[in-house]
Design a protein around this ligand. Structure first.
Ligand code: AMP
Ligand code: MG
Length: 490
């Protein structure tokens, strides 16, 4: 703890706090303070997130700037960093933990507040405990964008920056993202105690998660009334829902290590993520992922693999292998149902019919064959469904004949449907955080102009509605977009 940290001023954010994660006891965390950063400044903030947190209207001021940079203590909080382990790129990585994230506490409203990039912790290993401005802006924008899209995700309240240099491939500057979630507990937290054979702590953690977030597991009579198997089943279902939504929206996470998997089925740890431009099912968004383990079309299987790791970790509590396998089966059942439901919603089909899966499959093959832009195709298709001309959809194809044939089948099918065609506009966004959009805003921010970040935030908070003067943000990516390389470096 630095001398400055000891003398940190205390800020009262006007939030009531409760013990939350810390009731688990010291085996799960280390109490510590953020390390201050020099000359902090605001980069961006989300009023929507501040309302979710319950902050007062005048929250955005010098005192909160200090607090959310880690330069001031927040009255009522006792910050800590948690310990977890995990499998990274399919290999057991041993102990990891919050190497640069510090949990400030949990509000009475039930949201944990975490500072990412707030300095070294006992779990930093070789890292500097910092996050750079570039990756912090990406995480901030994408968290809020995913929330507005309706995808389960952690939220982000703000980003603050500092001139403090941070070395990555080049010299960059430090930033801190304030993240919000009901819990930041990961699969890796369970793996940590299971791998060490610490069954008491494992049970305490599972009980904590069940009591707080999955109370129905206590009374679930399926799976022999085994609450831990029931927990695994519930997590499997939520994970299936999350990944199905990713696949529908064209979101590639990029680093689906088990330590980046939320026990609540929230999208967490935005790093080298990408929204697809052209539809390439095998797209790899993480430049560090040379083997393509986390390619777009691998995500559903990888999620299952990760759930399997969670199941192994929970085995000492579940006891019977058959129960664990049955619980995992919920993922295999739920994922295709959830994915089909998303695809039907994208097509504005209300009721499930035999043959829908094949119809979707045919369309996906056409889109893949021409690398048709995922977001633009669906948005134009939605407009057509809502009554606009077909030409803007057809002209996306170099060879429109196979699409015309598909459309004949689709129209026959749609004619038997009782849904509202215009509903497609509410499931196919006009705006997503494409890499090049983030990149432009980041480069401006690196020159101390943060207006681009705030503009993107505002736009992405209403992704299902075209906004005047913003057509460029809904357009095809420029050629240089394909040269952007996003790696694990952050
Ligand atoms: P990530 O790939 O960002 O999910 O990080 C994997 C692990 O490395 C987590 O335990 C992080 O806390 C840790 N980590 C990543 N970057 C840093 C850093 N700059 N300093 C300390 N720990 C880090
Ligand atoms: Mg992580």
């Amino acid at each position: 703890m630095s001398e400055i940290a000891e003398k940190a001023p205390i800020v009262d954010l006007g939030l009531p706090w409760k013990p939350g994660f810390r009731t688990l006891g010291p085996a799960f965390f280390t109490v510590l303070r953020p390390t201050p950063l020099p000359a902090p400044h605001w980069v961006a903030h989300s009023e929507a997130a501040s309302r979710a947190l319950g902050l007062p209207a005048d929250w955005h001021n010098d005192a909160s700037l200090a607090a959310f940079t880690g330069n001031a203590a927040i009255a009522g909080t006792e910050p800590l960093a948690t310990v977890y382990s995990g499998h990274q790129f399919g290999v057991w990585a041993g102990q990891l933990g919050d190497g640069r994230a510090i949990l400030l506490g949990e509000t009475a409203g039930g949201l944990e507040v975490q500072l990412k990039g707030a300095g070294r912790t006992p779990y930093s290993r070789m890292g500097d405990g910092r996050a750079v401005l570039r990756s912090s802006i990406r995480e901030f924008l994408c968290s809020e964008a995913m929330h507005a899209l309706g995808v389960p995700t952690t939220r982000a309240l703000c980003v603050t920056g500092s001139p403090q240099p941070v070395r990555r491939e080049t010299l960059e500057t430090a930033a801190v993202v304030t993240r919000l979630a009901p819990s930041f507990i990961r699969f890796g937290h369970f793996e940590h105690f299971a791998a060490a054979g610490r069954e008491d702590e494992l049970r305490r953690l599972a009980d904590f998660v069940i009591d707080r977030f999955y109370p129905a597991c206590r009374t679930d009579s399926r799976l022999g009334g085994n609450a831990y198997a029931s927990l695994l089943q519930a997590v499997s279902e939520r994970t299936a829902e999350m990944v199905a939504h990713w696949q529908a929206i064209g979101f590639c996470h990029g680093v689906m290590n088990t330590d980046n998997m939320s026990i609540l089925g929230l999208t967490i740890d935005y790093g080298p993520f990408q929204f697809l431009d052209g539809f390439d099912p095998g797209h790899i968004c993480n430049h560090s992922d040379t083997g393509g383990r986390y390619a777009f079309n691998q995500q559903p299987n990888v999620a299952y693999w990760n759930l399997f790791c969670l199941a192994q970790a929970l085995m000492p509590l579940i006891g019977e292998e058959e129960l664990a396998l049955a619980a995992l089966g919920a993922y295999r059942d739920r994922f295709p149902l959830a994915f089909d439901a998303h695809m039907r919603a994208k097509l504005a089909l209300a009721d499930a019919r035999a043959g829908d899966g094949a119809l979707v499959e045919r369309l996906l093959r056409l889109l893949a064959a021409e690398r048709t832009d995922w977001t633009i195709f669906w948005r134009r298709f939605a407009h057509w469904r809502a009554g606009a001309a077909l030409a803007p959809v057809r002209e996306l194809f170099v060879d429109a004949r196979p699409f015309d044939e598909w459309l004949l089948s689709f129209e026959t099918r749609a004619a038997q449907d009782c849904g509202h065609p215009a509903s497609a506009l509410a499931t196919n966004p006009a705006y997503v955080l494409r890499n090049h959009l983030a990149q432009v805003a980041i480069e401006q921010a690196q020159q101390t102009d943060f207006s681009g970040v705030q503009t993107l935030l505002t736009l992405l908070q209403t992704p299902y509605q075209e906004q005047p003067g913003m057509q460029a943000y809904a357009d095809f990516p420029p050629d240089w977009a394909s040269t952007i390389e996003i790696s694990c470096s952050s």
